[in-house]
Design a binder for this molecule. Structure first.
Ligand code: PMP
Length: 353
């Protein structure tokens, strides 16, 4: 062992979904939007002046903060933006989960949460989902150092009703409750409307899913001004210029086009509902998803086998080889054509299997 090795921080990193290369594949493994961003985004990108990139971007990301504040009807001092919601949530862990008491998140959820907790030395407990993969709100009523969960949850897609979320927030006035709404636009009501009544609630959203801009890396949090100020103080102690000039310009443009946003999210929801019917007919069962993915298990054929067979045919879905999840595939909702190709393959494969 080298002398310095004992002083190196060792972590077990989060493993993101595969980003395979090639145009002939069907990519349903990372919950990306199958449609392009709003048309204005391409136009603004085309008009961007490369010479302007010599300057640092606006450290307060004012244009994007302003347009999000207007869009959600909150104050500019209630919006924090970051490099994808991953960055926003990491900053929130660092800022709000500082009591030394264990924070709480479900045992089956976004697998980045335990990675941040370990990275920042935050103790945590993971209450188990019930037999139907639902979060049990009562598990979050006891003493804790903070709470985070996605709504809808990932990878189950199950939506928690807003009243249950409010009860969790109401019963935890001395800690911050973070609701990670990465998938909320595909069928839920946002907890943003609760923010004015609860100073311990932080709602996080992203441009990566419903706004089809995962490649741009934009996320944001909405909460009362004290929370946003605390987040900004930590951010400015870490990296002043998290948001690059291009993200700021394109992000603003994406928020402007509400009609396109409504049209594409409605299309994805329609395809998802059709996919549920088809999967059921093929012998799959799954929790009822309100997200842009379906977490499905086949009555006969193990998920690991299906995952490999699909992969060999250039159809990528996500498989989590861990207890409780290892007989499920998380299938992102693509275009109707992509889903039809998936179903055609499955039909043939399952008939032979
Ligand atoms: N939260 C959840 C529940 C997610 O599934 C994801 C996507 N992997 C994220 C947050 C992060 O998304 P992004 O950083 O692209 O905004």
């Amino acid at each position: 062992m080298k002398a310095w090795e004992a002083n190196v921080r060792r972590v077990e990193p989060y493993v993101p979904g595969e980003q395979p290369r090639g145009d002939r594949l069907i990519k349903l493994n990372t919950n990306e939007n199958p449609y392009p961003p709003a048309p204005g985004v391409a136009w603004v990108l085309h008009e961007l002046d490369a010479a302007a990139l010599r300057k640092y971007p606006d450290p307060t990301a004012t244009a994007l903060v302003q347009c999000l504040a207007e869009h959600y009807g909150v104050g500019e001092d209630q919006v924090f933006v970051g490099v994808g919601s991953d960055d926003v949530i990491a900053m929130a862990f660092l800022t709000f989960f500082h009591s030394g008491k264990p924070i709480l998140f479900p045992d089956v959820t976004y697998s980045f949460y335990p990675v941040w907790a370990k990275l920042f030395d935050i103790p945590y407990r993971t209450p188990a989902l019930d037999a139907g993969f639902r979060i049990c709100p009562q598990d979050y009523y006891g003493d804790n150092g903070g709470i985070i969960f996605p709504n809808p949850n990932a990878p189950t897609g199950i939506l928690m009703p807003l009243e249950q979320i409010e009860e969790i927030v109401r019963r935890n006035p001395s800690v911050i409750v973070i609701v990670d709404e990465a998938y909320i636009d595909f069928g839920g009501t946002s907890a943003i409307r609760l923010v004015e009544r609860y100073d311990n609630l932080l709602v996080v959203q992203t441009f990566s899913k419903s706004r089809a801009m995962a490649g741009m890396r934009i996320g944001y949090a909405i909460g009362q001004p004290e929370l946003i100020q605390a987040l900004c103080d930590v951010k400015f102690s870490f990296n002043s210029y998290t948001m690059n000039a291009t993200s700021l310009a394109l992000g603003v443009e994406a928020v402007k086009d509400e009609a396109y946003f409504c049209e594409t999210t409605a299309k994805i929801i329609r395809t998802r509902e059709r996919a549920k019917e088809q999967l059921r007919e093929l012998g799959f069962s799954f929790p009822d998803s309100s997200a842009n993915f379906i977490f499905a298990s086949h009555e006969r054929v193990p998920a690991g086998e299906l995952f490999e067979a699909l992969r060999q045919n250039q159809i990528y879905v996500r498989y989590f080889n861990q207890p409780r999840l290892n007989n499920y595939l998380r299938i992102s909702v693509g275009t109707d054509e992509e889903m039809d190709a998936l179903f055609a393959f499955l039909k043939e494969y399952l008939w032979k299997a």
